[in-house]
Design a protein around this ligand. Structure first.
Ligand code: PGA
Length: 252
């Protein structure tokens, strides 16, 4: 089963509106003629509306970095799925390790977010990954397997097939330390096997599993050539259009 690789830039808490527009314009120009790869950017909330207008009619998809699972209400500081749809988001990142670590986001909350996004017509980029301690204790597969199935729990198999999974070993995020292609492929293959067991080969075969964690132009090709790695969630390297576009090019 052939899957179109998906490269998404996670801009995290970077970029004012003018900076975001300059970056996205540069990205749009560089990826315009690349086929065989889906490209997305996830600016901070404050830049979503402005960036949305720029990416309209281009090949660049818009993603949010987080979402609340209630459609509206007294949740000061939160943003809902209908609000993200309103500004043109097609995706939202859920369960990023920084949100799990600093904001107490649990697998159960992620499951609610995935269900809300699906109900609202958006797709999730659901992040999972083990810490260094968990890897050193030989628990990497156990941890990511549990996160994977718990986050998808509220979705029907047809809906599951549309979601994007991002495997991001916590020890590789922003550290310059990348999983080797073999290490990453081992986990991706395991995740696909888990998906196959739970949802069947057809659903598992359609799902894209991104790698994230210090992916850059220098290591992208080798990581993306692994059989079960279907793209990347890119942090640091997504803040430079040239590097980000080079990774998109490596995915084709
Ligand atoms: P990084 O971040 O590419 O800077 O390691 C990836 C991510 O956190 O999504």
């Amino acid at each position: 089963m052939s899957r179109v690789p998906f490269i998404c830039g996670n801009w995290k808490m970077h970029m004012t509106v003018p900076e975001a527009l300059a970056l996205v314009d540069d990205v749009i120009a560089r990826v315009a003629s690349m086929d065989g790869v889906e490209v997305g950017v996830a600016p901070p909330y404050t830049a979503l509306h402005a960036v949305s207008k720029r990416v309209a009619g281009t090949k660049v998809r818009l993603a949010a970095q987080n979402v609340h699972f209630e459609p509206k209400g007294a949740y000061t500081g939160e943003i809902s799925v209908p609000m993200l749809a309103d500004v043109g988001c097609q995706y939202a990142i859920v369960g990023h390790s920084e949100r799990r670590q600093y904001f107490g986001e649990t697998d159960a909350a992620c499951a609610q977010k995935l269900a809300a996004l699906h109900a609202g017509g958006l797709r999730s980029i659901y992040c999972i990954g083990e810490t260094l301690e968990e890897r050193d204790a030989g628990k990497a597969l156990e941890v990511v397997g549990r996160q994977l199935l718990a986050g998808l729990e509220a979705l029907e198999p047809d809906a599951v097939a549309e979601q994007v999974i991002a495997y991001e070993p916590v020890w590789a995020i922003g550290t310059g330390r990348t999983a080797t292609p073999d290490q990453a492929q081992e986990v991706h293959e395991f995740l696909r096997a888990q998906l196959t067991q739970r949802y069947g080969a057809e659903v598992a075969g359609r799902m894209r599993i991104q790698y994230g964690g210090s992916m850059k132009p220098q290591n992208a090709k080798e990581l993306l050539s692994q059989g079960d790695i279907d793209g990347g969630l890119i942090g640091g390297a997504a803040l430079k259009a040239e590097d980000f576009a080079a990774i998109c090019g490596a995915a084709r």
